[in-house]
Design a protein around this ligand. Sequence first.
Ligand code: F6R
Length: 596
Amino acid sequence: MCGIMGYIGEENAKDIVISGLEDLEYRGYDSAGIAIVNNESINIRKSVGSPSELRKLTGNEFGNIAIGHTRWATHGAATAENAHPHTSESGLFTIVHNGIIENFAELKAVLESDGIIFRSDTDTEVIAHLLEKNYNGDLKGTVSQVLKMLVGSYALAILCRDYSDTVICAKLSSPLFVGTAEEGSFIASDVSAIAEKSHRLYRLNDNEIGLVKKGELKVFDLDGCRIRKNEIKLKAFDKNDGKCGYEHFMLKEIHEQPTAIRNTLKEIITENNQVFFKNFHLSSKAIDELNNIIFVACGSAFHVGFVGSYLCERILHKTSSACVASEFRYKKPHLDGNTLAVIISQSGETADTLAALRIAKMQGAKTVSIVNVENSTIAQESDNVIMTRAGKEIAVATTKAYSAQLAVVYSLIFYLAQKNKSITKSQSEEFIRELKSIPEIEEKILSQSTGFYKYSEQIIQAKYICFIGRSFDYCTAMEASLKLKEISYIPCEVYPAGELKHGTISLVDKNSLIFALCCCEEIKAKTQSNINEVISRGADVICVSHDGEISVPYTDDIFCPMLEIIPLQLIAYYTAKKKNCEIDKPRNLAKSVTVE
Ligand code: F6R
């Protein structure tokens, strides 16, 4: 993960780089660092915590060139020593890196046998030493030579003391953008960090090296041949509009879910309740011939895909599954032209999800991606893109993007099912009418928001917590369990309600708390039996159902996931608040997971 940022120009580079790093903080916030070039010297400042800490550390320092980094630790603890930038032995090279060098251990062993002493536990430091070891006065040539030794992924910004008018950058698999303007040039992991300041914007491709000077970018391949780059034209991107009076972004975003769904549906549902996707390249014949719909995503987005797979079987009558993107390639999937791979990602940058998209395309599958960030890599590389219009999501734990993703998945399946004639036009319209009514029902649940605070003490006291449910309730239970553990750090499990008695019920006793999701009318009686089983063993049960302790209004069973998650997001939020957790930036996490 991590974010890198660089500047070379007339302005005070450190201010630009630190504020860029603050924009990139969603990529990691456990430590940060900056290198500021001032005449002949390079000053490096590092700190544990968010990039804003660098403001205090750098004080009035001035320099026209700087590179910086915000870190999500992969190799080595989140300490100042392991924070980037890293330097070579004599300080000739200073680098920041986003990615993972998979062969760092072998490279490090060779460097150590040459007597080089490492100052950090990072994989990155090998690059700095390799640059110095192989340096022959030719900066671009040396960088090419070293890049060819690396296995893994990287976006790099490099300073060399001999080239005081240049920042050199390169990338493989991790994103990197360069912006130029007359007064200076910018480098960043995410185009949104530099878009407003730049007059021209460029996306660096894999195996390209960029020589960046004030107001200028020259790009070369690894053999030193010049590459002419085309500017990229950005579509509008969402802005952070602050907390708007809420204590945390997460609470604000929970309350924004109805708007996120309405804005998303506005773009894909016509006035007469038909689904319409712009630039959608999937003919009716291709839809008819589909024999496998596979949803691929990570974390909460995977839970959305899981709902999608249940819906596909039920509504579209096609074989469907959901796969965690990080496992997709190891499953060695057999895809072909009759497979539809639905790729779901809020950020559009998740490394495993992107890799899955590439595999699906390579195997000839049809692909549709559902993303929330317009200029993201997944959006760029997909044949078909459907945007969620959740707006910028700041809290690391997703809520409004999750709901908007669900809205798109429902719309997509209704669309395919109507084309495929597995549902009639009027059935589809009926489903869409119900989908469109969800935001209003959510608003009713949200109006009782603070009422959910009362569960936090019981959760904190419980010795064992498990979320159970069947069918669509089970899909929501997965998301509810993730929400609670990621922001409150309280261990909890999730099980299909019928699976408990196959082993896990041995954990259940009078100190257990079971959240039973029981909104799907179709299987309510069966879940009720499982509830009775845990009550008999002394557990406390909080039931989420149409008439339970936590009551959720009636809908068709298929829409249960959209509603029953709302009280459970709020319960997770209030529990984390009671425990004084860092709700918007939970420990060890990052908003965008760009390493495998
Ligand atoms: C959990 C959460 C994560 C993300 C996952 C995928 O609250 O936000 O589980 O859902 O990291 O991220 P995207 O959707 O950006 O691919």
